[in-house]
Design a protein around this ligand. Structure first.
Ligand code: SF4
Length: 361
């Protein structure tokens, strides 16, 4: 698909550069190359230059003819975002990147390094309309979906900026990935493609707040990527209070949908559970959670809440220990993990991404 932008007020050279290639899949680029009088192979070369090599300047695409490079320079826009700010954690090798998009809006992306593992947490939307009560992104409201190019460019930038190779990608930044399904899948396919980022499908995780029709679509399409569900409660009463999306698709429906996923060979579903003081952290909650998940081959990630000065708090250590003990002693098929979010001092931890205009110099 060629995206043309013909907005008024641009000068002639800006208007000419209106074909946005970043975000096109291999097939789309091959088709586009043919449509402008080139071979299918030219499309493959463009795919490799943009995604594998991270080159945005056509003059550097040395195996492409001079005349086509000139055409690309005159007619195509390659870069979809600009870096505005990097916040580095003082306590660990976690960095948060603030990007400005071509329409002037902002998104955040987080790079987390732990030994040999370099995980990038990408955004899929500007803001989010799921309104989870404990989440900073929700306070922004929803602005728009990101294009596949804007998702991929977050990775391209971080790969250039940080020397340590990216080993994992998680769609856990700003936004609900399954409400931008097609573009998220296109971006994930580019990350996975050997001519693109060449990352194993098991190293790419899509996290959803529980958009059941899209969970079903993901499973039916036999997508190879890992699936995570942000559960955060052992019952509908608690979940509906902190995640309004639960009024539309309740826990039973989610569990039913993901059982099909976990029944497929070597595909463990991941449940995330943000542990919040006096909301979902009691012994009764832990027991209910055990009961809820006992027949599912899954991982359960307990994430003690990252305080942001709002109405919610992190439980004290004893409460977290007690909650974990109940899970560990009854885990059955469930693999229980605790994840202490990274980058709390720079508001880069889970649920803390919320771009602030005032941060821009
Ligand atoms: S937790 Fe995720 S799904 Fe919920 S509002 Fe925040 S970004 Fe959206």
């Amino acid at each position: 698909m060629i995206i043309s932008e013909n907005s008024s007020g641009k000068n002639k050279s800006e208007e000419q550069q209106n074909i946005i290639l970043k975000g096109m899949s291999l097939q789309e680029l091959q088709k586009w190359a043919i449509s402008v009088g080139q071979t299918r192979f030219r499309g493959t070369q463009l795919f490799e230059w943009m995604y594998r090599e991270g080159v945005d300047n056509p003059t550097e695409m040395t195996n492409i003819s001079k005349s086509f490079r000139a055409f690309l320079s005159d007619n195509c826009t390659f870069s979809t975002l600009k870096l505005k700010k990097i916040s580095k954690s003082q306590t660990e090798p976690t960095q948060k990147f603030l990007f400005q998009l071509n329409d002037g809006q902002f998104i955040e992306t987080v790079s987390i390094i732990e030994n040999d593992r370099h995980t990038v947490c990408v955004s899929s939307q500007i803001g989010c309309n799921l309104e989870c009560d404990f989440c900073a992104t929700a306070t922004l409201g929803f602005s728009r979906n990101l294009s596949a190019g804007e998702i991929v460019d977050q990775l391209i930038f971080i790969r250039k900026y940080i020397e340590q190779p990216i080993t994992n990608i998680v769609f856990m930044g700003m936004g609900e990935p399954f409400l931008n399904y097609k573009r998220v899948m296109t971006a994930a396919d580019i990350f996975h493609n050997p001519k693109g980022f060449n990352l194993a499908s098991t190293r790419i995780t899509i996290s959803t707040g529980g958009i059941v029709p899209k969970i079903k679509q993901f499973i039916d399409e036999n997508r190879k990527y890992k699936l995570a569900v942000s559960l955060n409660a052992p019952n509908d009463e608690i979940r509906s209070k902190i995640m309004p999306i639960n009024n539309k698709w309740q826990i039973e429906e989610i569990i039913k949908a993901v059982k099909k996923y976990s029944n497929q060979k070597r595909r463990k579903i991941m449940f995330e559970y943000v542990l919040i003081k006096d909301v979902n952290d009691s012994s009764k909650d832990a027991q209910q959670l055990v009961k809820l998940l006992k027949n599912i081959d899954c991982k359960l990630n307990i994430i003690p809440y990252n305080e942001m000065g709002g109405k919610y708090q992190r439980p004290d250590e004893q409460t977290i220990d007690n909650f974990m003990q109940i899970l560990f002693s009854n885990q059955g098929k469930v693999r229980v993990l605790t994840r202490w979010s990274k980058g709390q001092d720079i508001d880069a931890a889970c649920g803390q991404l919320a771009t602030k205009q005032m941060e821009i110099e």
